[in-house]
Structures are given as C-alpha cells and as structure tokens.
Design a protein around this ligand. Structure first.
Ligand SMILES: Nc1ncnc2c1ncn2[C@@H]1O[C@H](COP(=O)(O)OP(=O)(O)O)[C@@H](O)[C@H]1O
Ligand SMILES: [Mg+2]
Length: 369
C-alpha cells in the first residue's frame, strides 16, 4: 500500500514563503512605518531588523517584497560578502549601472539617484559578520542621506542586536536608528505555524493535533519556525516511507534527531575564529571535568588563543561572545548558588548535541577558516 501523507512537498521546504506570515503583524507594521512609508514619500531611512535564526526575518522581508511594486527593492544575502561597498556595487548593477574598478560611495549613491525612476529599498540579510567587519561601510550606508543626499531606504538584517557587536563609540556615531526585533516564537505560535503549514502540504487525516503540539514543544527553546517546519517535513517523510497512514510520535522523534547536527553546523558558520576557540574551550572544560566555570574557561581560552598566536581577548570579549553563543542557542549559562548567602557563580553548558559531536564539528569548521 502506498501511504498518503504528503500532498504537496513544496510548503515543507525552508525556502517556501507562505501567503500569510502569522504572528508578525507588529514587526510588519514597524517596517512599514519606519522605512516603507517614508520611502514612498521620497525619504530614505534605515532600520535594523534582528532576531534569532528561524524567527521569520527572511520570510517577512520576502513577503513584503512580493507585495510592493511601486518600489525598486534589492535584496542581498551578505553571508559571504566582506564589505558594504560590494553590496552597493551589486545594487547599482541591479539597476543597470555599470561600475568598473574602484568606485566611491558618493559616486554610486549619486548614480543611483540620477537614474532611478522608482524609490529604492536595499535589504541586506544575514549581515552580522558584515556589521562587525565593516563598520565604516555600515555607517556610510546608514548616513547616506546626510552624507550624499541619498533617498535610499535600507534594512539591515542580522541574528543579534547590532549594538552588542559594536563599540560604544561606534554606536554614538550611528546615532538614533529604528530597530525591529523578531522575538523567538512561543510554543503556541510555533503550533500555529506548523499547523498552517501541515494543512497546505499534508493530506487531511495524516496528522493529528498531538503531533503539532509535540513539534512545537521540541522547538520551544529555540523558538525557531525553521526548526519546527524541518521537523514536520522529516516526520512526514518518515511516516510516508514507513507506510503509515498518519504521522506518529516516533516519526517526530526520528525527525528531530536528524536535524540537530545540521542546525549546529549552520550556527557555527556564524562565528568568527576567536568565538570558535572560545566554544572549543567550553567543550574542553566540559569534557575534562564536566564543569565549565568562568574561571576555568578563561584559563583554557587563553591557552587556546596562545596556541594560535592570537593575543588573548579581554574579559569584555569573553562575556560578549558568551552572550552571542547563548543567542545562537549553542550554549546556556546558569547561575549556581554556593548556598544561602554564599554568593553565586556562572556555569556554562552545551545545548542540543553531545559535547564530543560538537567538538568534531568545531574541528571541521576551524579547518575551513
Ligand atoms: N510567522 C510565520 N508564519 C509562517 N511561516 C513562518 C513564519 N516565520 C517563519 N516561517 C517559516 O519558517 C522558516 C524560517 O523562517 P525564516 O524567515 O527563514 O527565518 P529567519 O530568516 O529569521 O532565520 C521559513 O520556512 C518560513 O517560511
Ligand atoms: Mg534568514
């Protein structure tokens, strides 16, 4: 018997953009009031959009892009781009402006102003590394209105609040800007997203409400719709190939075991080399003694940086990076009490994957850096 679980596989793919982005009404409104509406009146303003992986940032932007034809929208994923100037070059190129060799920001903004027949919106996705590497470029683009009289709107999307990755001086230089946060989805919101995806991709009767809830629960900590949809997809395939009539709890468990290593790898790609070394140090502590305190971490980390001939970063860097690793949901820190009135100390733990598996991944990734 051929079992009938999947009716249409496409909505189960991560690139699929649903007709309606649910539970993001506020963010969509904020994007309109801070960037899109001013832009329609010829005023270029910019906004930072940030939130963890799977919180719907890309899907929301693509949905907005699909519904605006009065504006020229240029979208770029900056994951492997090393400067904002390259992004501007690509934007100009998309408008038919040919740029050869070296060019200045001023010339490219002025050319765009000269030839444009629509207002222009630039969206730079996955830009955390770019923000960290090219602050001058970020500053120039966000201040292009004052600097060059440009009226381009800009949306900079990243995984984390840019303020946490810039110095206080840089932040002062940027001045006031709009920030729009995409929170982790709650368990109920995850349930709604998974349910609506299941309804358009699976046959009626092939999934139960229990399954939707089980998937939402598994993803509660990450708050990621991407993770939830991936588990739904893999559970559906598991049930289909197993010849079942309906997805069951075992299919969901198998699916979730399959996606964790993948999630970890894509998260590790977000880190810079010093953060990888810090994470490696956390793992070493956990493997050696089972405990990772701030004290033991600082020691191991300075050893590891020395091995690689890197100057040991200061404590502020360590705290900032720990926060970043926590935001990515790779590690978790807990405060443990020494007893009543005896104070607390911070201990670090690894999430989701066995420490040895994570160590292997780190080795692979750092070999590529
Ligand atoms: N609010 C939502 N409603 C419906 N689907 C969503 C929603 N948020 C995210 N998704 C889906 O979850 C997956 C991951 O979302 P994505 O926008 O890529 O996240 P991010 O860019 O924040 O990492 C995509 O398949 C997307 O379609
Ligand atoms: Mg994205």
């Amino acid at each position: 018997m051929i079992s009938k679980i999947i009716r249409d596989p496409e909505p189960l793919e991560t690139f699929f953009i649903p007709e309606k982005i649910i539970h993001r009404e506020k963010q969509i409104r904020d994007i309109f009031t801070s960037v899109i509406l001013p832009l329609k009146n010829g005023i270029g303003s910019s906004a930072f959009v940030y939130g963890q992986s799977g919180t719907g940032k890309t899907a929301t932007m693509k949905r907005i892009m699909g519904s605006e034809d009065e504006i020229h929208i240029f979208y770029e994923n900056a994951i492997s781009i090393s400067s904002f100037k390259k992004v501007m070059g690509d934007l100009a190129y998309s408008m038919g402006i040919s740029i050869e060799g070296k060019f200045s920001y001023e010339s490219v903004f002025r050319s765009i102003e000269r030839i444009r027949n629509k207002n222009v919106l630039l969206i730079v996705d996955e830009s955390l590394n770019l923000i960290r590497k090219d602050f001058e470029g970020l500053y120039t683009i966000m201040r292009a209105g004052e600097l060059f009289g440009s009226s381009i709107g800009t949306i900079i999307i990243s995984l984390d609040n840019p303020a946490l990755h810039l110095t206080a001086a840089d932040m002062r230089k940027l001045g006031v800007f709009n920030e729009i946060k995409f929170d982790k989805y709650t368990i109920d919101q995850l349930g709604d997203i998974v349910r609506s995806r299941a309804e358009i991709s699976l046959y009626p009767g092939s999934f139960k409400e229990d399954t939707i809830i089980q998937i939402a629960q598994l993803c509660e900590r990450s708050g990621s719709a991407r993770m939830a949809i991936e588990i739904l997809q893999k559970s559906a395939f598991s049930a289909q190939y197993g010849g079942s009539e309906c997805i069951d709890a075992e299919d969901v468990r198998a699916a979730s075991a399959m996606i964790n290593p993948f999630i970890t790898e894509s998260k590790l790609m977000e880190l810079d080399f010093r953060e990888i070394l810090l994470l490696q140090s956390v793992c070493q502590n956990l493997m050696d003694g089972g405990d990772c305190t701030m004290e033991s971490l600082t020691k191991t980390f300075s050893m590891n940086t020395e091995i690689h001939g890197i100057k040991t970063p200061d404590t502020a860097f360590i705290y900032r990076s720990i926060r970043h690793l926590e935001t990515l949901d790779i590690i978790e820190s807990r405060l443990e009490s020494f007893g009543p009135g005896m104070g607390v100390r911070k201990k670090l733990y690894v999430n989701d994957v066995p420490v040895e598996v994570l160590m292997e991944k780190i080795k692979e990734i750092s070999g590529r850096l």
